[in-house]
Design a protein around this ligand. Structure first.
Ligand SMILES: [Zn+2]
Length: 271
């Protein structure tokens, strides 16, 4: 062995050790609670908050993998920062350069060097809705696009998947109410949205109906086909008719057949 290398190796070890010690203290002195689990690193105002959040994250992660019939996938442990309240969240994410006004949380996908991050704040629906929603955005991006910068997830698919993974399936009631008053968004329109509808009612319906469409595909046709379909759409360069044909033939061959099957499905589930 070349003895000249020894001091350098020693120095690198020291740096990485002090680096990890620093990281456990977190980036925000307000967040005194920390919990490190198999797949996540969580910071929250108190230790009990961090432990409860980390436990739920592990459960959402398992559910996501089960829904998509997929094995483990996290390359780097995502970091989750949960602030005491909305104002603190707004201020702290603002200092990082994010405009989080009127949001419940944000998910920042990982880069080649940095782990993915979620920022949010303590609230009544943090564990049931915000965290499973934001985590799903991260996981779904990772599984369909990885680090590819030329890949983009269609809005309905991205929000539909994230809303579907929220606990409680509140979207179902919303879709049924819209159906009863004849106010559903046509599927051919829904799958082509590139911006969120500006009216709040329509935006909420867009999320709910997208989740219902994702739920239909997952429950009636399974996680493997859904994942194949999503990958073809996100990074396979296919449009939605081609991706449907390729993943769901002969049951579903294009958007009009998707629309017809979904309509039948929600009629069956709304009684
Ligand atoms: Zn979302």
């Amino acid at each position: 062995m070349d003895r000249k290398n020894l001091p350098i190796i020693f120095l690198i070890l020291c740096l990485s050790l002090s680096g990890s010690a620093f990281r456990d203290e977190g980036l925000f002195p307000e967040l005194k609670g920390h919990k490190n689990t198999m797949n996540f690193r969580v910071w929250a105002p108190a230790k009990e908050d961090a432990a409860a959040i980390a436990g739920e994250l592990e459960a959402y992660y398992k559910r996501f993998l089960r829904d998509l019939k997929y094995g483990g996938m996290l390359k780097k442990k995502p970091e989750i920062y949960v602030f005491r309240n909305y104002q603190e969240y707004l201020d702290k994410t603002g200092t990082l350069g994010y405009n989080t006004f009127a949001t419940g949380g944000i998910a920042i996908p990982r880069s080649a060097r940095k782990p993915a991050k979620i920022y949010s704040f303590l609230s009544d629906n943090l564990l049931s809705e915000v965290l499973p929603h934001e985590l799903t955005h991260l996981l779904f991006k990772e599984i369909t696009a990885g680090l590819r910068t030329d890949a983009s997830i269609p809005l309905w698919l991205n929000e539909g998947m994230a809303t579907y993974e929220e606990t409680g399936r509140r979207y179902e009631g919303y879709v049924n109410a819209a159906r009863a008053r004849g106010g559903l968004i046509p599927i051919a329109e829904l799958v082509n949205y590139t911006n969120y509808p500006s009216a709040q009612d329509k935006r909420a319906l867009f999320y709910a109906q997208s989740a219902s469409l994702v739920g239909f595909l997952l429950k009636n046709h399974g996680g493997s086909k859904f994942l194949a379909f999503s990958k073809k759409l996100v990074r396979g360069g296919k449009n939605i008719d081609e991706a449907l044909f390729s993943a769901y033939y002969p049951q579903i061959r294009d958007v009009s057949e998707l629309s017809a099957e979904w309509s039948e499905y929600i009629e069956g589930t709304s009684h």
